[in-house]
Design a protein around this ligand. Structure first.
Ligand code: ATP
Ligand code: MG
Length: 211
């Protein structure tokens, strides 16, 4: 059996596209599934840059302690079954799955080789604005923050992602219902896991010298 028998999914999108909701729904229903959220790795406010309009520059890679996030991922990879962030362990035979969700995952080069599957949720600007206005962030959004910082950064990062990413990204319509999005991604992960199992069968046969 391959020592590295586990699966890593990435879910990204614009703010309020629904990545945390989707990741949590998947974790509830996938056995041996852990979630790492990029939002847990923001630097303290005192270390966040401020632009000429007074807006805190949160929606950039520099605002995140990515080294710390990489350590959390490495920790999981070394010992996926002992991770404190995991829930329900299900059957010991089930492949451990790590879902990493965040707004800036596919632009970060050190993570480029990690993904078994990458998902990107999209929603239109108006819906993003509507959803964001119902949330209270810490610190709270000052007036004009979405238009003055968050949305332009999203457009910039998305353009960079589309230009630089060399692997397949599965785009998801974030306007679909929570349940539909869950089902679509759940089915897709199940298919990927089945393919991976076949790969391991093939390796085992070769190992025995049976061609
Ligand atoms: N499929 C959906 N349809 C409608 N509303 C949704 C859907 N998924 C999530 N929401 C709502 O949109 C808001 C944002 O969802 P969520 O926190 O999952 O997004 P996010 O991408 O993680 O946002 P953030 O940028 O804050 O990390 C929440 O109020 C949530 O209830
Ligand atoms: Mg979130």
């Amino acid at each position: 059996m391959g020592k590295r028998r586990h699966h890593r999914e990435g879910i990204s999108c614009v703010t309020n596209g629904g990545k945390t909701t989707l990741a949590n729904n998947l974790q509830k229903r996938l056995p041996n599934c852990s979630v790492i959220s990029q939002d847990d790795f923001f630097k303290p406010q005192s270390e966040i840059e401020i632009d000429e309009n007074g807006f805190l520059q949160y929606d950039v890679l520099e605002a995140l302690n990515m080294e710390k996030m990489m350590s959390a991922i490495s920790c999981w990879m070394e010992n996926p079954r002992h991770s404190v962030i995991s829930t329900d362990w299900g059957n010991a035979e089930e492949t451990p799955i790590l879902i990493i969700e965040g707004f800036l995952l596919f632009n970060y080069k050190p993570l480029a080789t990690i993904w078994n599957r990458s998902y990107f949720l999209t929603i239109p600007y108006e819906e993003c604005k509507r959803r964001r206005s119902t949330r209270v962030y810490n610190p709270p959004d000052p007036p004009g923050y979405l238009d003055g910082h968050v949305w332009p950064m999203y457009l910039k990062h998305r353009r960079e992602m589309e230009e630089n990413v060399t692997w397949e990204i599965v785009y998801l319509d974030g306007m679909k219902s929570e349940e539909d999005l869950f089902s679509q991604v759940y089915e897709d992960i199940m298919q990927e896991l089945a393919k991976q199992k076949c790969k391991y069968c093939a390796i085992k046969v070769d190992g025995r010298g049976v061609k």
